[in-house]
Write a protein that binds this ligand. Sequence first.
Ligand SMILES: [Mn+2]
Length: 325
Amino acid sequence: MDAPTIKSKFLTTNNELGLVAVGFSGGQCKPGVDAAPMALIESGLVEQLRDDLEYAIHYDGQVHAYTELMPAADPDHRGMKNPRAVSAVTEQLSKQVYAHAKEGRFVLTLGGDHSIAIGTISGTAKAIRERLGPGREMAVIWVDAHADINTPETSESGNIHGMPVAFLTGLAREKAGEPFGWIGEDQRVSVKKLVYIGLRDVDRGEKKILREHGIKAFSMHDVDRHGIGKVMDMALGWIGRDTPIHLSFDIDALDPMWAPSTGTAVRGGLTLREGDFIAECVHETGSLVALDLVEVNPSLEEQGAAETVRAGVSIVRCALGDTLL
Ligand SMILES: [Mn+2]
């Protein structure tokens, strides 16, 4: 048998993977995205990661809906919808992800809407700081049609799945006692360590935020101009070789031709191969420590649901080391 390939230089062991399945849809208004983890698992994802890619998988066997954490009442706060529910879920998820990451495991989280990244990224950021030392900061690659960096004040919809990056970078903050007051400094990431790929539906207020903070972003315009190969060279060059990477992949980054069954589909997106290529390149760095796959909603499209799930499985496999040859 071949010697196992190096999966990530920042993991304690070469092949340990913590899997967290999050059936939560409260960061936006359309039901169904909570069914994605089960659809992905039923399509054989776990067996493929174990048998084909040789991961030892730590999975508690449940899709977490966190119903026990749901507040009896959840009125809007700073215009945010379901603020206490999203806060409670992400705070708990942050602990689950942290528990895997501090053991030196790769952490794979299957969402759920993109608000759950408040939990996943805060969890890995804290664990990486503790494991590698205070000067060592994690980078985030956010692959998405949207920037998800609205503050509660710039958001027009109030849906928190459009705000996770603002809370994770500290551009949006809350005090102790407010819903997102639990997010500590050691759980945040710097705007300088954030890279976007695939953007094409960015709100006016978000464009201002991206410009004012000098945030590195490769839109579909950049993909068209340079090709995905050059874009990945530039994106990974910005991050540097010796930095752990958390990849947060929103399936709506793909064009609806390949991933139609998602809550906020936008035409003019990445091809399936471009999405896979991004995941392959990030894997090849040997620096990937965590992956989120979010916003697959199997209930929206009768025809397209299966292919959207298949696209999601493909992205995960590529990010975890699958290769064409
Ligand atoms: Mn998103």
